[in-house]
Design a binder for this molecule. Structure first.
Ligand SMILES: Cc1ncc(COP(=O)(O)O)c(C=O)c1O
Ligand SMILES: [Zn+2]
Length: 410
C-alpha cells in the first residue's frame, strides 16, 4: 500500500493526504533536480475483486486500492465505492491488454518471447496509464472540496503522451493546454483539436534560455497555476502511480499462463515507463532498459555512476543531455532520461542494465513485430530491438517479456 511520497534526492517526506503533491517541495527553477517517489509499506495491496487477468476487466478498478491517488482519497474519507465510481468516470475505458507468447518472434529471435500488446490501450499506447492517476487524484481532490476551481492541465508533447492527455481530459471535460514544437504534424494537430485540446505551437523566442521551447512554455504555464499533466516523474510524481498497472497486469497474466518471467526489456525515453514496470514487477525479474545508438543518455549515465553510493546527489554531473538525438524510434528521443534515478535503481536491484540498440536492430525489430501481427510503431517495438541487440547475452531458456507500447499511426 502507498503510505506517502519521498524525494529520492533530498529525502523530504510528503504525507499521502497532501493534495496536488506533484513535485518535491524543495524543487525550484534553479534547483529542479528532485523527484518524489511513492513509498509503499508491506505487500502491494489487494485487488478490488478476485478477478483473474481477464481481458474484460479494468486495471484501474482491479488494482485501485494499490494506487496512490486512491490512498490519498481514502485518507480524506472517500470510500472504496466512491473511488470505484471516480475510476469509472475518469478511467472507465481501460481494459487489461493482451499478453501472450509469440511463436513468430520466438522463431526469429531465439528466446522465449512474451509480448504485452499495448497498441489497443486508451489512445493507442501505455501513456494514458501514467496520466489517469493524475486526473483521478484531481477528481478526488475536487470531490473533497480541496480544489479551487478547475486549473487547466498542461503538457509538453507532440506524440503519444499528448494524445493520451487530450483523450483523458476530453472524457473528464477538463481543459488542457498542449505545448508542441513548431514542426508538429498538422494531421496530429487536428486530432488533438478534435478532442478539444488547446494547442500552443512554441516558437523559440529571442530571450529564451537553452532548451526545448515547448518545455519552457509548459513550465511557465505550471508556474502560473496550471497542473503538470506530465509523463515525467520530476514534473508530476503521480504519473509514476498509474503506470504501475501495466507491470501488475504482466505479473498476473504471466502467473495465469503458468510461467515465471526471467527478464523484461523496456524501451526508455523519459524513463517513467521503465520506472513503473520495474517497481511493479520488483527485483525478482531482471529489467533491461533500451535506448538507441542515436540517443542513449541513460547508458552514459550508468557508466558515469559506476561505484557511486548516492548518484542521485550528482544529478547534473551524471545525467547530461544527449547532444544530437536521432533514431527512427522517434518517441524515445528525450535528450535526458528524466526518471533516471528510479530506472537505474530498478536496473541495479534486478541485476539488469541498459541496452543500446543499433539502428539496424531498431528497424529489424519493427519489421519482425509487424510481420508477427502487431500494429506497432518503431518506438513501440524498440524493446524487441533491445532483445536483438542483446543477442547471445540472453540465454535460450530465458523467458523474456517485451511491450509493444504504441500503435503505428504512419
Ligand atoms: C510508444 C512509446 N513507447 C515507449 C515510450 C517511452 O516511455 P518513457 O518516456 O516513459 O520512457 C514512449 C514515450 O513517448 C512511447 O511513446
Ligand atoms: Zn527533494
Amino acid at each position: 500500500m502507498v503510505t506517502g511520497l519521498r524525494c529520492a534526492v533530498c529525502g523530504t517526506q510528503v504525507d499521502i493526504a497532501t493534495p496536488l503533491a506533484w513535485r518535491c517541495p524543495n524543487a525550484t527553477a534553479a534547483d529542479p533536480h528532485h523527484v518524489l517517489h511513492l513509498v509503499e509499506s508491506g505487500a502491494p495491496g489487494p485487488r478490488t475483486s478476485g478477478a483473474g487477468p481477464d481481458l474484460g476487466a479494468n486495471p484501474f478498478v482491479v488494482y485501485g486500492p494499490r494506487l496512490a491517488w486512491w490512498a490519498f482519497a481514502a485518507a480524506h474519507g472517500l470510500t472504496d465505492a466512491q473511488c470505484a465510481d471516480l475510476t469509472e468516470e475518469v478511467a472507465g475505458d481501460f481494459r487489461f491488454t493482451p499478453f501472450g507468447s509469440s511463436d513468430p518472434l520466438h522463431d526469429a529471435v531465439g528466446a522465449h518471447l512474451w509480448v504485452k500488446d499495448e497498441t489497443g490501450n486508451v489512445a493507442g499506447s501505455h501513456k494514458a496509464r501514467h496520466l489517469a492517476s493524475i486526473l483521478l487524484h484531481l477528481r478526488a481532490a475536487e470531490t473533497l472540496g480541496l480544489l479551487d476551481g478547475r486549473p487547466r492541465l498542461a503538457i509538453a508533447s507532440c506524440g503519444n503522451a499528448a494524445l493520451a492527455a487530450a483523450t483523458l481530459a476530453s472524457r473528464a471535460s477538463w481543459p488542457v493546454d498542449v505545448f508542441v514544437p513548431m514542426w508538429m504534424d498538422d494531421a496530429f494537430g487536428r486530432r488533438l483539436d478534435e478532442l478539444g485540446a488547446h494547442i500552443h505551437r512554441c516558437e523559440r523566442r529571442a530571450d529564451d534560455p537553452p532548451g526545448d521551447p515547448a518545455m519552457l512554455r509548459f513550465r511557465e504555464a505550471c508556474a502560473a497555476g496550471a497542473i503538470p499533466f506530465s509523463v515525467q516523474g520530476p514534473e508530476n510524481a503521480y504519473c509514476l502511480d498509474g503506470g504501475r498497472t501495466i507491470g501488475w497486469e504482466i505479473a498476473d497474466q504471466a502467473a495465469a499462463a503458468g510461467i515465471d518471467l526471467d527478464r523484461i526489456v523496456i524501451q526508455v525515453g523519459g524513463g517513467a515507463f521503465a520506472a513503473c514496470v520495474g517497481t511493479a514487477l520488483g527485483p525478482g525479474i531482471r529489467l533491461d532498459a533500451v535506448q538507441t545508438q542515436g540517443c542513449a543518455p541513460l547508458a552514459a549515465t550508468w557508466e558515469r555512476m559506476s561505484g557511486l553510493k548516492h548518484p542521485e546527489r550528482s544529478w547534473a554531473e551524471l545525467m547530461r543531455p544527449w547532444p544530437d538525438p536521432h533514431s527512427a524510434a522517434d518517441g524515445i528521443l528525450d535528450d535526458e532520461t528524466y526518471d533516471w534515478v528510479a530506472v537505474t535503481r530498478a536496473l541495479a536491484s534486478s541485476g539488469g542494465g541498459p541496452i543500446v540498440a543499433t539502428e539496424s536492430d531498431v528497424l529489424r525489430a519493427h519489421r519482425l513485430a509487424t510481420a508477427a501481427g502487431f500494429a506497432v510503431s518503431v518506438t513501440g517495438s524498440a524493446g524487441l530491438a533491445g532483445v536483438l541487440s542483446a543477442g547471445a547475452t540472453i540465454r535460450d531458456d530465458e523467458r523474456v517479456a517485451v511491450v509493444m507500447s504504441g500503435v503505428d499511426r504512419s
